[in-house]
Design a protein. Structure first.
Length: 170
């Protein structure tokens, strides 16, 4: 089931990533958009190995995160605090992977409700595993695997904010 299943799509773009460098270039383009802040929620759909974590890693790097970037496969959530720039509020990024999320009680107990209620960038792999609990994503990115390193990515804006964020993407 796709992250667009229950929500009308306001606008879409199709991206072609011939290789991982193209994925990184798009991550840099997205990281440069001021509209990401104070809050954006991006759901990432696609099969095992599609490149969801790789895209998040490139995005975090482009946002200035240094050192090793852990995948949240076991922890479900990896939080990141972006390096402060003078005068700007501190930005946070919450990287979720709901692949192993099975117990809805964890939503409350692990504080995920608070994360989604607070400002920051939220990125979620395997969103369908937490579907009834998640708010509507601003973007649903559907990654399809092509030959070799090719990826075809459908970016769907599901909220007015998502549509605004999509405007400069060609
Ligand atoms: N164009 C591309 N964009 C992104 N990743 C690519 C691309 N081409 C090849 N790759 C490689 O594909 C693999 C994607 O693995 P990744 O862990 O990111 O997948 P995933 O979608 O997060 O899978 P999972 O569902 O297991 O979490 C990585 O080894 C990455 O280097
Ligand atoms: Mg992953």
């Amino acid at each position: 089931m796709s992250c667009t299943a229950h929500t009308p799509i306001l606008e879409s773009r199709v991206l072609d990533w011939p290789d991982e460098a193209a994925c990184a270039a798009f991550a840099r383009q997205l990281a440069a958009l001021p509209a990401l802040w104070p809050s954006t929620f991006i759901a990432l759909d696609g099969p095992l190995g599609a490149g969801k974590t790789s895209f998040v890693r490139h995005l975090l790097r482009a946002l200035g995160v240094q050192g090793p970037i852990k995948s949240p496969t076991y922890a479900v959530l990896e939080p990141h605090v972006l390096p402060a720039t003078t005068g700007a509020p501190t930005h946070t990024v919450a990287h979720f992977d709901f692949f192993r999320f099975a117990d809805p009680r964890e939503w409350e107990e692990a504080g995920f409700r608070e994360v989604f209620g607070a400002p920051g960038l939220k990125l979620a792999e395997w969103p369908e595993k937490a579907a009834p609990l998640l708010p509507t994503p601003d973007w649903c990115m559907e990654l399809d695997v092509g030959e070799h390193d090719q990826r075809r990515v459908n970016v769907h804006a599901l909220t007015p904010h998502g549509r605004q964020l999509l405007a400069p993407i060609r």
